[in-house]
Design a protein around this ligand. Structure first.
Ligand code: GLY
Length: 367
């Protein structure tokens, strides 16, 4: 078991990574005796992991007033689902001392976290992520929120959890594609900050040949990297933007295909390829290092092929990215492993670069 303490928000909190961390004493200690609360999850997650959740809650002596089921995936992050959560919390008579337990993937975590952030101006919550992606990314760092028709995560709050339990046994039910999605975020952390994590990913072919101990080490290392960045810049006014490596192109790919064609990780995988190619082209990255990085991205596994017909939509989505600051856009480039760089460029220039890259990447594939 590994413990990472995150010094952000009102009080430092622990992230526990390992097999069986749900049943350790930390959940009980965090919730305290006689505390009221609800669990927020989805039917799919509960169908898979009901018994594990029940065992953890019983062990913690916690009996939730409700297990609220929100829609699966991004559909959990609507204002209607948020309202449903607010009503459920009010009907359950939660008060300022109550807890929300988020039990699910990234969307459930974001929606439940936002419900906790807004109910009675903010109550405490625990994150129990059930996917690799949410373990290494969204469950840590306190970003919570919902979507609007006008864009993803446009409504939200920075609200840090009180405890995060990343239990490896929950990952056993993930499909290869879901697991792979999380590995791209781990690789992102390695590119940003850690050659030893990159070496671990290389040795295990993108965690495809990882033992449980390797997996625990990789998850914990990735979370620790994110934790240190968040501690330095909780509200993303500086270095937290580095965590967006690969995300501008990634989000554009996801948005242009209505979040149906690519997993989030695949988008980030393509986005990191773009960042590596651009960094090399600009003379920031040595050819040997760029090659090593490209190989590490490929090792994670085959990605859904890029849709040729959607180049125009991808271009538009890139231009409407919410991280755009007026006509300027921040793209994270690399000067080496552990040496990221924030590169500000004109949004139109960025869009042209992305389009040209996509065209050449698609041709390379079919060549
Ligand atoms: N997912 C990036 C962040 O939490 O800042």
């Amino acid at each position: 078991m590994k413990r990472i303490t995150v010094a952000a928000g009102r009080a430092p909190y622990d992230v526990l990574v390992g097999t069986g961390v749900l049943e350790r004493g930390e959940l009980k200690a965090c919730l305290g005796a006689g505390t009221s609360g609800i669990v927020v999850s989805s039917r799919r997650v509960m169908d898979l992991h009901r018994a594990r959740l029940q065992a953890a809650l019983t062990g913690a002596g916690f009996s939730p007033r409700q297990i609220l089921l929100l829609a699966d995936g991004e559909a959990a992050k609507t204002s209607a689902q948020w309202e449903k959560a607010m009503s459920a919390m009010a009907k359950a008579k939660l008060d300022r001392s109550s807890f929300v337990i988020a039990f699910g993937g990234g969307s459930i975590g974001d929606a439940a976290g936002f419900a906790a952030a807004t109910y009675m101006r903010g109550i405490r919550f625990v994150q129990i992520p059930t996917t690799l992606l949410s373990m290494v990314d969204s469950s840590v760092g306190g970003k919570t929120g919902i979507n609007l028709n006008e864009g993803k995560n446009l409504v939200g709050s920075f609200h840090q959890p009180s405890l995060v339990l990343a239990d490896l046994t929950l990952l056993k039910t993930l499909s290869r594609r879901e697991r792979q999605s999380g590995v791209y975020e781990i690789l992102k952390a390695a590119f940003l900050r850690s050659s030893s994590l990159l070496a671990l990913l290389e040795r295990t072919s993108g965690l495809r040949r990882a033992s449980d101990a390797d997996l625990e080490r990789a998850i914990a290392a990735s979370i620790a990297i994110k934790a240190r960045v968040v501690e330095g810049d909780e509200r993303e006014t500086g270095d937290r933007v580095l965590l967006n490596l690969g995300h501008t192109v990634g989000h554009a790919l996801e948005a242009a295909t209505a979040y149906r064609a690519f997993t989030h990780g695949e988008g980030v995988g393509y986005g990191m390829e773009f960042a590596v190619d651009l960094s090399e082209e600009m003379g920031l990255l040595k050819e040997t290092v760029a090659k090593r990085m490209r190989r590490a991205i490929m090792q994670v596994g085959p990605k859904t092929p890029l849709p040729e017909k959607l180049i125009a939509q991808i271009k538009t989505a890139t231009l409407s990215d919410k991280k755009r600051d007026g006509e300027r856009l921040k793209e994270i480039l690399l000067r080496g492993v552990g040496r990221p760089l924030i590169h500000t460029l004109n949004a139109n220039a960025f869009s042209r670069l992305t389009e040209a890259w996509l065209v050449s990447r698609i041709r390379r594939r079919s060549a």
